[in-house]
Design a protein around this ligand. Structure first.
Ligand SMILES: [Zn+2]
Length: 409
């Protein structure tokens, strides 16, 4: 059952124009796939005046919020009571790097007041506190916010857009992988500018459109991200609002970071035909790279299936959009015997395309011939857990040689 969600056109938040060229369409997954998935075609367009790439037309924000609201099941007391996860490996290294980065900026004084927008479990806030900063966080997900609060952190449970801090409250505002999700990045950044002290600093990090990750089955252009910035288009937007970019860093995981200072100067220039042309080329080569990825993964699946009898069972770890794409785009769906497992209690309750979804701890008992890891961000962690359960490497199928991501935590 696929309900069509109406899409509407919005003016470009960078230049205010409303002429767009559609570059790419990622078709909607049926709503029954997973409670986390929303059913609409993701239409990616470029503003033909300034070159900002965006999901346009798109669902109205009220509608999207309502759909998210319905999908967000009541807060489970068990999930709320659980300890915040212990960060390890790359996820921890990223938070430490972010905190060290702040501490290394000469203009930021010891004890500076820092607001982290979209603070998640509060891992960055915790690291900042250890380094002597005064910290505040804001996080819309009630479970994540409650866990951050349980660690003694000052965290407000709200969307940043809906909560007003006093003007000139902060020395530094950080937004790591948040701006690309917002419906109105101009209003978001103007609000941040207002809540920063004079000469206050903003640190924004977003996925990098100029290097879109086409190595994974999940489409870079998805329902989660509304805006796709390049270092050029984000700098233009910041300058337009009254920020002066101080430095741009290219991150190792397909993202970039801009450090910008609040100023009283504003740029008026938005027309950028070169950026429009660059956007077309980027999306064109993304499509070709994605096709190569699909071919590569299909070949791995076909080869693996050759070594299996139809009666032997395959377990698939992961029951979301990644698995939907795996079944839709590769020969995997031709196999006859599957079981699905997923660590998310919500997914276990909901099932996957009408199939039961079990807890991964059931795997040793079920003893499938093969476990396919259907996740990019968590591939390596899942492989470790499988080894701990006693699965030999030749019974574990990993689809990716290397994982480079900010996602996951
Ligand atoms: Zn524009």
């Amino acid at each position: 059952m696929k309900k069509k969600i109406p899409l509407a056109w919005y003016r470009c938040p960078l230049c205010g124009h409303k002429e767009f060229e559609v570059l790419y369409v990622n078709p909607a997954a049926p709503a029954l796939v997973s409670p986390q998935l929303l059913a609409w075609d993701v239409v990616t367009s470029v503003c033909t005046h300034c070159g900002l790439v965006q999901s346009n037309p798109r669902p109205r924000p009220q509608l999207a919020a309502k759909i998210y609201g319905q999908l967000q099941t009541a807060v489970d007391p068990n999930e709320l009571a659980g300890e915040p996860p212990k960060l390890t490996g790359q996820a921890l290294a990223i938070r430490k790097e972010q905190a060290d980065y702040l501490a290394s900026i000469p203009e930021i004084n010891a004890g500076a007041a820092v607001l982290d927008i979209g603070c998640n479990h509060g891992f960055l806030l915790h690291e900042l506190k250890l380094r002597g900063f005064e910290t505040w966080g804001i996080e819309p997900d009630p479970i994540l916010a409650a866990k951050a609060q349980s660690r003694g952190l000052r965290v407000i449970t709200a969307f940043y857009e809906n909560f007003r801090f006093a003007p000139e409250s902060f020395d530094v505002i950080t937004a790591f992988h948040v701006l690309e999700h917002t419906h109105d990045p101009r209003a978001f950044l103007k609000k941040a500018r207002n809540e920063l002290k004079q000469d206050g600093l903003l640190i924004v990090e977003v996925p990098d459109l100029s290097k879109p990750n086409a190595e994974k089955l999940d489409d870079f252009f998805n329902t989660q991200h509304i805006f796709h910035f390049t270092p050029t288009s984000l700098a233009s937007l910041l300058e337009h609002i009254g920020f002066e970019p101080v430095e741009t860093l290219e991150m190792s995981y397909y993202a970039f970071r801009i450090l910008a200072r609040k100023t009283n100067r504003r740029s008026r220039r938005t027309h950028d035909p070169d950026e429009v042309e660059r956007a077309r080329r980027i999306v064109q080569s993304y499509k070709a790279a994605r096709l190569r990825t699909l071919t590569r993964i299909s070949e791995i699946i076909a080869q693996t299936m050759n070594g299996l009898k139809p009666s032997e069972s395959i377990a698939i770890w992961g029951a979301g959009k990644h698995t939907y794409e795996l079944l839709r785009l590769t020969p995997l769906a031709q196999h006859k015997r599957f079981v699905f497992v997923d660590s998310s209690p919500q997914t276990q309750r909901h099932g996957f395309m009408g199939f039961a979804v079990l807890d991964p701890s059931e795997l040793p008992r079920m003893s499938p011939e093969l476990v396919v890891i259907s996740s990019y961000a968590f591939q390596d962690e899942i492989a470790l857990r499988l080894r701990d359960m006693g699965f030999a490497d030749d019974r574990i199928l990993k689809l990716y040689d290397e994982v480079k991501t900010y996602d996951g935590m």
